[in-house]
Write a protein that binds this ligand. Structure first.
Ligand code: HAM
Length: 425
């Protein structure tokens, strides 16, 4: 039997109702904050992720689905393609390619879609997973660098989680410094690691030399005491960076969004500068980050674009749904009415009644003229329909229908043109 590929899964009804509920809530919140949707391709040039997320990161070094896409002729050189492991790089590429800086103000963009990472699957971790993300990007003259944008993003996230009824989350906040701070910090890490790195796992040793910040991603338990003693980024922030961070925190306090500072939070992608954050949730177990994000002020330039400071986040929708604490039953809209056509020739008649009711925004499920009444009742109650509408030749000739409430058993006679109102009541 053919099966879904390891780390991928089918999302089936009724669970998809929960996903749609989450998508709809996110779109509503994005609308209120004046974000607009962007859809970038799932396939991108591999170099995009190497130059943004970074070659030394786990994502690019170990987890990419990438391949050389051969030209038609055997001699033709292929292009290296990748399934996107995240969407910020694609958004910034699109910003540059489509000259979005020509548009007024900052660009406030959101996306909802699948991402791909070849990780070891476990609870809350998939190879195809879904992100709901948003980015604010634009010229500094449009205010893209302002700490007010960082705070706006964080406050919007708190609003979305509240709206979904998710409680028990923690916002972990850090500043990982401006580019210059990062360079000094990297140097300090390199020095601190020089004498001790030989005791570390070979992979971590390599990082200690090539990209010391990535040592914090080392998961080997024996290395943790070494990592714990390394210098902290908070000691390396220069004055403008410190100011920026202080203002983000000030606005968050002003709007009442609680946060915890965590100066070990460096994030697993290379493009970050200054503000970095994660929202964690207790119900998720080992994979406890519902979402992550931060600033990426130099990313556009690194991809050959104009200066365009930006900040954004991505929610892991799979994890968000897990922490929702709502079952599909809680959000599912069951049929308002099940129409039971009674007898030959009735399908074409009930089709018209169904059309009338559906146009009035009712959820209608249709039976078939071949079903006996008993069978129609069974299906209607299994589907959880509120009413069953019995529709035979007699009903159509008199124009009066028997409408039965399946929960109470109460049955009333309703003229055809009052059906919608009776059901809505
Ligand atoms: P990230 O931290 O790599 O950031 O991913 C964001 C979220 O995606 C994670 O917090 C997690 O909830 C979810 N996620 C990641 N990998 C998996 C997986 N294998 N299975 C299930 N969920 C997963 C980014 O992707 C950045 N692009 C976020 C960002 C936007 N930064 C700035 N703008």
């Amino acid at each position: 039997m053919l099966k879904a590929v390891r780390g991928t899964r089918d999302l089936l009804p009724p669970e998809t109702e929960t996903w749609n509920f989450v998508d709809a809530a996110a779109r509503d919140v994005f609308r209120a904050y004046n974000f607009h949707e962007i859809r970038t391709p799932i396939l991108e040039d591999l170099a995009l992720f190497q130059r943004s997320v970074g070659e030394e990161t786990d994502i690019v070094a170990k987890e990419m689905f990438a391949w050389e896409d051969r030209g038609r002729a055997a001699s033709e050189k292929g292009q290296w393609l990748a399934l996107r492991p995240e969407n910020t790089a694609g958004v910034v590429r699109a910003y540059i390619e489509n000259k979005l800086w020509d548009r007024p103000g900052v660009q406030k963009l959101y996306y909802i879609g699948p991402q791909f990472r070849r990780e070891r699957p476990q609870k809350g971790r998939y190879r195809q997973f879904y992100q709901i993300g948003a980015e604010i990007i634009g010229p500094a003259s449009a205010g893209s660098e302002s700490p007010a944008r960082d705070a706006e993003i964080l406050e919007m996230l708190a609003t979305l989680l509240d709206r979904l009824g998710i409680t028990g989350w923690t916002l972990q906040l850090n500043s990982i410094g401006c580019l210059a701070d990062r360079a000094r910090y990297n140097e300090a890490l390199r020095q601190a690691l020089a004498s001790i790195k030989d005791k570390m796992d070979p992979d971590c040793q390599r990082r200690a030399v090539t990209n010391p910040l990535r040592v914090f991603d080392c998961k080997v338990p024996e290395d943790q005491p070494i990592i714990e003693k390394l210098p902290r980024i908070s000691e390396f922030l220069d004055e403008p960076c410190r100011q920026h961070y202080a203002q983000v925190k000030e606005i968050l306090r002003s709007v009442g969004v609680a946060f915890e500072e965590n100066d070990r939070l460096v994030r697993g992608l290379d493009y970050y500068t200054r503000t970095a954050f994660e929202f964690t949730h207790g119900a998720l177990g080992a994979q406890n980050a519902i979402l992550g994000g931060g600033r990426y002020d130099g990313l556009s330039e690194a991809l050959g674009g104009p200066p365009a400071p930006g900040i954004g986040f991505a929610i892991g929708e799979d994890r968000l749904v897990m922490s929702l604490g709502k079952s599909p039953e809680d959000v599912l809209r069951k049929p308002d009415v099940y129409i039971a056509p009674l007898g030959a020739g009735m399908n074409k008649e009930v089709a018209r009644v169904a059309r009338e009711l559906r146009r009035k925004d009712l959820v209608v499920e249709l039976g078939d003229e071949s079903f006996r009444l008993k069978k129609s009742f069974e299906i209607a109650s299994k589907l959880g329909a509120k009413y069953i509408l019995i529709s035979g030749e007699n009903e159509f000739s008199t124009g009066v229908f028997a409408l039965k409430n399946l929960a109470t058993g109460e049955q009333v006679q309703v003229p055809r043109d009052s059906l919608a109102a009776a059901i809505q009541r």
